[in-house]
Design a protein around this ligand. Structure first.
Ligand SMILES: [Zn+2]
Length: 513
């Protein structure tokens, strides 16, 4: 073992320079690879990569737990600026060494396949273009971030206006909605200009890598070896056939209950039970206690995993000043533990978030025993199956009588909302995915934003039935401007649709067995 003197605690990194890691990478690169030595070599590389990965994750956890911790902030930036690029280059060298050795260690087929795909796409010429693509993505963030409106005398972002769409007063909702959409449409030209630049950059990237289309380039980059664009089209067709009619029935009922002539875009988020929002808990201790009871009901082993996270301070759940927004689950593979951060304030969303993130955490517990770090990296298609199926497997235990948070009636309301949300996501996902398949198959046509508008409008009409958009054409056809993934993470969206289907299948199996 050459790696005995690697840093043990995250804060050790402050005394380390990259050179002290590079020594180990150099040693690994100098070793002769044979069928006999390969497993020891992989183990050492795995430990080294894992140390760096875990250090990053621990620093990330520290700076998100407390964004005002200046010491951690310095360490985090040191990692991102110095260690991250150096580690990427050093790992790349070892990947190339492994590939060119021609050895196929058992259990390493999938990591090797991924490394070969990555190496095949790599072109020095593309590095500046990939940087440019990221910068153009930041332009998108800037445009959206600057979209503010005046509401109740205060300047707020269009995103902050979203809770108003749940207001029981229809006029208030419509006023907010129209305010947001007219502000967004002011940036129509800016979005179209940005789009042209992005599309041209992506075309060049694909051409440099010797790929006939950006679709092929991106497919390989996203490591999609198990499904094709045609499979995605079939998925859209199935959604159109099965899900769209179900959503149409749900929206028809919504219209009836709300007692309105037609369902407008501002009528989709308001709760139709006419009851105030659910208030499931008052503090994080209560949230953890009830969540633990639910997980024990789902499976005693899962309940035990959750208790260990509680004991070892791996749950940071309560919203507080100085904490980063949002929610995530990350992993510390050397410690063989997950870590969850979220910002609970007592809403039903918080309950769903902890069920979701803990699904990811259970996945970590079950995968950290694999021999090599490189085997623990998996795609979103399966990662989200763990989290989304945990939502579905735990919601039957939401009633207080089963250890959860709600009355029978409120549980029914929460579960219905959850299942409707799943159904309503699939058609929208199909619009986003089918749109992008069209774009990168017809890049010349897609350079003209008018063609993009027409295509989006056509797909919207095909999948998003039951919503009356009359008089709102400009808003409807520019929907692609409002989907971040189309600008910043091309094609990365169908993953959620696939994972949701996997989760539904696990849930179905659980109902039968
Ligand atoms: Zn997730």
């Amino acid at each position: 073992m050459v790696l005995q003197n690697l840093p043990k605690a995250t804060t050790d990194i402050q005394d380390w320079t990259w050179d002290e890691f590079q020594v180990h990478y150099d040693e690994l690169e100098a070793r002769t690879l044979t069928a006999d030595s390969i497993q020891g070599w992989l183990k050492d590389w795995s430990d080294l990569a894992m140390t760096l990965y875990e250090t990053y994750n621990r620093l990330y956890a520290a700076v998100t737990k407390d964004t005002t911790d200046e010491r951690m902030d310095v360490l985090f930036k040191k990692y991102v600026d110095e260690f991250f690029p150096a580690a990427q280059a050093a790992d790349q060298a070892l990947k190339m060494k492994l590939i060119s050795s021609g050895l196929e260690p058992p259990g390493f087929e999938i990591p090797l396949r991924n490394m070969r795909a990555e190496a095949d796409l790599f072109r020095e010429d593309n590095l500046p273009l990939l940087t440019q693509e990221i910068k153009l993505g930041q332009e998108y963030d800037k445009i959206v971030g600057a979209q503010t409106v005046t509401w109740d005398g205060k300047e707020i972002t269009v995103t902050q206006l979203q809770p108003v769409y749940q207001d029981p007063d229809r006029d208030v909702r419509e006023r907010a909605w129209r305010l947001a959409s007219s502000r967004q449409l002011q940036d129509r030209q800016a979005m179209n200009d940005l789009w042209g630049k992005l599309l041209e950059t992506r075309q060049k990237i694909a051409a440099n890598a010797g790929k006939p289309s950006y679709t092929e380039y991106r497919w390989q980059q996203l490591m999609r070896f198990d499904y094709t664009p045609d499979d995605c089209r079939q998925f859209h067709d199935a959604i159109e056939k099965v899900v769209v009619p179900a959503v149409s029935r749900i929206l028809e009922e919504r219209k009836q209950v709300l007692g309105i002539q037609s369902l407008r875009p501002w009528d989709l988020e308001v709760d139709i039970s006419g009851k105030p929002p659910l208030r499931p808990f008052t503090n994080a201790r209560e949230l953890v206690g009830k969540a633990a009871q639910i997980f024990h009901k789902v499976d005693p082993q899962l309940g035990e995993y959750f208790n260990s996270m509680q004991r070892e301070d791996l749950l940071d759940l309560e919203n507080r000043k100085g904490k980063a927004p949002g929610a995530y689950c990350t992993d510390f593979p050397q410690a063989q533990r997950p870590f969850i951060l979220m910002n609970a304030v007592g809403l039903h969303d918080d309950v769903m978030t902890i069920l979701h993130e803990t699904g990811h955490a259970f996945h970590v517990f079950e995968s950290v025993n694999l021999p090599y770090f490189h085997q623990m990296l998996y795609g979103a298609e399966i990662a989200e199956v763990a989290s989304m199926s945990m939502e579905l497997l735990s919601t039957p235990y939401l009633p207080e009588t089963k250890g959860g948070f709600y009355s029978q009636q409120d549980t029914a309301r929460a579960r219905r909302e959850h299942l409707e949300g799943i159904l309503r996501f699939w058609p929208y996902m199909s619009v986003v995915d089918a749109f992008q398949l069209w774009v990168y198959e017809n890049p010349q046509a897609a350079l003209d934003p008018a063609n993009c508008d027409a295509k989006w409008g056509e797909l919207w009409k095909r999948f998003m039935v039951g919503i009356d958009t009359s008089g709102l054409d400009d808003w409807m056809v520019t929907g692609w401007h409002r989907k971040l993934h189309i600008f910043e993470a091309p094609f990365y969206y169908v993953e959620y649709g696939i994972a949701q289907l996997g989760a539904i299948q696990i849930w179905r199996n659980s109902l039968q067995d």
